[in-house]
Design a protein around this ligand. Structure first.
Ligand code: SAH
Length: 257
């Protein structure tokens, strides 16, 4: 099995594939004053098994297109949606976030939790822009330094994993430069990492190794996850996922439209 298949195997049984929380998804709706009764077209990009998709479907009068590169994850999402009686609000689509088949200005909301990093923050904001209505909401979470400086070991690790990791003010500037008006930011609290993501993953690691014959590749994935969790436990004061809420502005320079 290659690494991607192993990663999908590790994460397919999880409620979520990155740090986050149902209450934090709902908090975004409140901060952005999203009208819960208004019919909305929403794209949830990099939806995984649908942690945020299902919250949005439950709380909003929306049609949601949930996009992921993994059909395995989307199958889990489809099953969950039907269990929860919200299938009619959700359409899953197996596609890459940098090659989306939508019409211009098709969506009122573009949502993405813990996934824009796979394109890069600036590249994702730019690539998705044309699909969003003017005045539409862009809600994305992105790993973020929460202090101005940090231990060298931590910085080296995360810059190695994701060179675009930065402080919130830099992310807000990227949004502004792309014609977005920031309307809110918050950092995910610790329970979004530990209770909702890392602890459930730790409980699955043994079965994951057994299922994959304790292969060297599977062990390497487990070692990397354990290292990431240890770093979080040691250095959690210095980083989190930031949730960035912004609206597509109608006051753009003609060249950026
Ligand atoms: N939003 C989910 C999943 C986050 S993990 C949650 O918060 O739980 C990142 C997700 O992005 C994974 O499901 C992965 O399969 C997906 N992904 C990675 N690269 C992608 C791409 N190019 N296009 C679409 N999805 C992608």
């Amino acid at each position: 099995m290659d690494d991607l298949r192993l990663l999908i195997d590790l994460h397919r049984d999880a409620a979520r594939q990155g740090p986050g929380g149902d209450a934090e998804t709902e908090l975004v709706l409140s901060l952005a004053r999203v009208d819960r009764s208004k019919p909305l077209a929403i794209a949830d990009l990099g939806c995984g098994t649908g942690a945020s998709t299902l919250v949005l479907a439950r709380l909003l009068n929306a049609t949601i297109t949930a996009v992921d590169l993994s059909q395995v994850f989307l199958d889990v999402l489809d099953a969950r949606a039907s269990e929860q009686g919200c299938s009619e609000k959700i359409t899953t689509l197996c596609a890459s976030m940098d090659d989306l088949p939508f019409a211009d200005e098709h969506f009122d909301v573009i949502w993405s939790e813990g996934a824009i990093y796979t394109l890069g923050f600036a590249k994702g904001v730019e690539a998705w822009d044309r699909f969003l209505n003017v005045g539409g909401l862009l809600a994305v979470s992105e790993i973020t330094w929460t202090t101005g400086s940090r231990p060298a070991e931590l910085q080296a690790h995360w810059e190695g994993e994701y060179p675009e990791i930065d402080v919130a003010s830099s992310k807000l500037r990227v949004l502004e430069q792309h014609g977005y008006t920031p309307i809110g930011y918050f950092a995910l609290p610790e329970h979004c990492w530990l209770d909702n993501y890392y602890r459930p993953m730790q409980r699955r690691l043994g079965q994951f190794l057994a299922r994959n014959g304790h292969s060297a590749d599977a062990q390497a994935i487990v070692d990397a996850e354990i290292r990431e969790i240890e770093l979080y436990e040691q250095y959690r004061a210095y980083y989190s996922y930031g949730f960035y809420l912004s609206r597509k502005s109608d006051r753009r320079a003609p060249s950026s439209r």
